[in-house]
Design a protein around this ligand. Structure first.
Ligand code: AHR
Length: 497
């Protein structure tokens, strides 16, 4: 089949919320400790205990929102253990993740400081599974109340005079599983109760987020929307790309066969069906689309790296992960009328991380580069793009060879992101830039490609997979023809007059 894309540069389909480019950092393995927090006395360069190299790298990709403290950890986190003099903070066992002793040195003040350094919005996930209504209510008061109150005074006694601005607040996490093994009917009632006490103080307006389904649990979505739509601003969805047949055999991050390359991409494309079907249920109860869908955990999940703590979920990140990121972000764009936020799991050293660290060393993963290349889509307007993609097949299965998305900035600059999923063949895509004949002044591009299906960066070769300038295109009138390398992610910038 001949491939063809038509970009209608004058048909705008709504804003791509920058929060789709959000991240998630849990108290898990080396994400918070070492990845973000090294402590003020560390020899690793830091500001107030937070490592400088990581902050600079995350600022570069314009991280818009950061979810914390979990994850499963959120439903056993008691926020008062993480305030006050650090040395006096209570220690706890992180039962979900490796049974490590959590010293609570990274708590509310440290997280809010990190968000200030990153100039990103905090998204705090409260504890429903093992916490009380009072505890959640007091956390919000501690964070956001400026007047005279016990929690406001406690905050001030811990050195923070003014309240913080907090918009995004999650009422529980995976309450169908690690967050309490609840039935949707039970959680829906608890959600209604807990969120009542998540108060708006002063000018601070909280966006209340209900725990949504795992993957294709459409019944959970149905019950939550039926019972609690009017009490929520958003509901979550979790979906991980696990190449292997079972959780015990997830597959390795590197050293895999072509079959696993294919399955991984096939499974990551499943996000499209999940969002579409969950949106149908949401439309039934919320036809005005007031409630957002927040995919606050997504990404690849492989077997941990050999020799590492199985509870730390540390995995390498290859060009395959870059493709997963590219196609998934394109899917989120397409559904940006409903998908208002997404949070890749997880920022550093855990699952599909954008950054890996080893002591004082840091490297940027192929996934990081995709987020950097795609940041131009943040808050841009989605453009109408019709794609007739060729197919990419393996072992009797077929998926589209190309994934694409386009947007236009407030200044009128167009960006087109294109992924070639094919591991061995380059792909030629003619793109009709309808409405731009004779108006194009400049086309530039960046591409990320791999030489092998598991090409990745290591601490000895941190630039093995890195973005390169893209010139493999021709332009005749308004017909742009691009040649995409095998297993590549490309972003074009088109500047009209
Ligand atoms: O991201 C790792 C874990 O995956 C999270 O803690 C949990 O919410 C999910 O099951």
């Amino acid at each position: 089949m001949t491939q063809r894309a038509v970009l209608n540069t004058d048909i705008r389909k709504g804003k791509i919320n920058r929060n789709i480019y959000g991240h998630f950092s849990e108290h898990l393995g080396r994400c918070i400790y070492e990845g973000l927090w090294v402590g003020e006395d560390s020899t690793i360069p830091n500001t107030k205990g937070i490592r400088n190299d990581v902050v600079e790298a995350l600022k570069e990709i314009k991280i818009p929102v950061l979810r914390w403290p979990g994850g499963c950890f959120a439903d056993e986190y008691h926020w008062k253990d993480g305030i006050g003099e650090r040395e006096g903070r209570k220690r706890m066992i992180n039962t979900h993740w490796g049974g490590m002793v959590e010293n609570n040195h990274f708590g509310t003040h440290e997280f809010m400081e990190l968000c200030a350094m990153l100039a990103c919005e905090p998204y705090i996930n409260g504890n429903v599974g093992s916490g009380t209504v009072q505890e959640m209510s007091e956390w919000v008061e501690y964070l956001t109340f400026g007047g005279v109150s016990p929690m406001s005074e406690l905050r001030q006694s811990n050195g923070r005079q003014e309240p913080w601005a907090v918009t995004y607040f999650g009422v529980g996490n995976e309450n169908w599983g690690c967050g309490g093994n609840m039935r949707p009917e039970y959680y829906a009632d608890l959600y209604r109760q807990y969120q009542t006490y998540v108060r708006n103080y002063g000018d601070n307006h909280i966006h209340r987020i209900a725990c949504g389904p795992n993957s294709d649990d459409y019944n959970w979505m149905e019950v939550l929307m039926r019972e609690a739509t009017r009490f929520m601003d958003s509901i979550t969805l979790h979906y991980y790309t696990v190449p292997g047949p079972t959780w015990d055999k997830k597959g390795t991050a590197t050293g895999f066969e072509v079959a696993e390359w294919f399955t991984t991409l096939e499974k990551s494309l499943h996000m499209e069906e999940l969002i579409t079907k969950h949106s149908v249920i949401m439309d039934k109860y919320d036809p005005e689309k007031r409630v957002g869908l927040i995919v606050d955990e997504w990404g690849t999940w492989y077997d941990v790296e050999p020799g590492t703590n199985p509870g730390f979920l540390y995995q390498q990140n290859s060009i395959r992960d870059a493709l997963v990121a590219g196609v998934t972000l394109n899917i989120f764009h397409k559904h940006s009328d409903r998908v208002r936020m997404a949070n890749l799991a997880q920022t550093i050293n855990v699952l599909q991380a954008v950054i890996l660290t080893e002591g004082e060393k840091m490297l940027l993963t192929p996934t990081y580069h995709v987020f950097n290349m795609y940041k131009v889509h943040q808050d841009a307007e989605l453009l109408d793009l019709t794609l007739e993609s060729g197919t990419y097949s393996f072992d009797g299965h077929e998926i589209p060879e190309i994934s694409a998305s386009a947007s236009i900035t407030a200044e009128g600059v167009i960006h087109v992101s294109l992924c070639n999923l094919n591991h061995e063949a380059s792909s030629i895509v003619p793109v009709d830039l309808r409405g731009l004949a004779g108006q194009i002044v400049e086309i530039t591009g960046t591409t990320l490609a791999g030489q092998t299906i598991d090409a990745h960066n290591t601490f000895s070769q941190p630039e093995a997979v890195a973005p390169q300038p893209f010139n493999a295109y021709t332009l005749e009138g308004d017909r742009l023809t691009v040649e995409l390398a095998p297993m590549s992610v490309t972003v074009l910038e088109i500047k009209p007059k």
